[in-house]
Design a binder for this molecule. Sequence first.
Ligand SMILES: *Cc1c(COP(=O)(O)O)cnc(C)c1O
Length: 392
Amino acid sequence: MPDTISPLSPEALAPALASLPSPVYAVDTDRLERNLEILDLVQKEAGCKILLAQKAFSFPPVYPQIGRRLAGTTASGLFEARLGFEEMPGKEVHVYKPAYLPGEVEALTHIAGHIIFNSFSEWLRWRDTALSAPEKPSCGIRVNPEYSTQQGHAIYDPCAPGSRLGVTAAEFKPELLDGLEGLHMHTLCEQGAEDLAATLPAFEEKFGRYLRRMKWLNLGGGHHITREGYNLPLLCREVRRLRETYGVEVYLEPGEAVALNAGFLSCRVLDVVRNGMEIAILDTSAACHMPDVLEMPYRPQIIGAGQPGEKAYTCRLGGPTCLAGDVIGDYSFDAPLTPGCQLVFTDMAIYSFCKNNTFNGMPLPALATLSRREGARLVKTFGYADFKGRLG
Ligand SMILES: *Cc1c(COP(=O)(O)O)cnc(C)c1O
């Protein structure tokens, strides 16, 4: 494991962010670099290419840093594709969307080298547009191996019964493969290499014979490559085996793994009320600024805080919106929370600010970068114009 970078310690984070506006997301470029080193190691060991899935993390100020390590970006449509094209110049741009809008594929041919379709009807609809484009994008189709490896998070399972994502073996049309150069498969979410290894036999049994005619295979995202304990050798072994067996180039397109644990959300307590327990109202909102806390759902970590009852003072944390369920969770602290107290949530780079909204007229948190060498640097603040601008 490479360890040439030593990021700011957890204890140093709150002071470093205290002078910035609140709330603020800070992307830690040292922690990001550590992730990128691991991903680069996989690229070299496995002989594959890794793309940033911008759906999870779109932050142009660090695209040059990411572009130094990864092969490029992948997008969920024209806007993300354009962001990757403009902000990571010269790197690969891939795009997959369950169904493209009129004009979208034509526009994508100018910026995306790889365009992936979700069905054979989509392929037939846009085949001529894609194949006749002067840029000659490489086209692929997403398949669904119908092999679920995840429990608990049904909304993140593209292999669940009735899923609209990817072509099942029953719907596969080998007679329409002319012009297609790649297969795409995305079935994992925050999972290990063991889950990929368990999925591959189902995928290969159903689609392996078509893969032999292809130039590339994209194994999607959900590979939690940069988390502690991830089985890197197994991932590299499986990727090498696929490359050798089928003669294809292999892509991985993780989002989470790129910026896992590489961002923080610093906020402050506005008020503390009582209703059978202490409840702190923060200047940040689960509904607006941590949508996955309610959607997934999960309980984010706070530096220096424990489980309820673990430390002396237990407190529920909620947002300043009118939504009763805008609750982040119950935590315990060494000292009672009081107005003005600063709290720092961890792992807030991914699926956070790229999913923000201004429900209830909530201001968007500021954006910053953070590193040991350069400290905290404010990148952007938002105001009333950002709220009004999207409302017409
Ligand atoms: C969401 C998604 C990704 C990224 O997934 P992570 O869980 O963030 O790694 C990659 N590819 C596709 C097609 C996706 O839908």
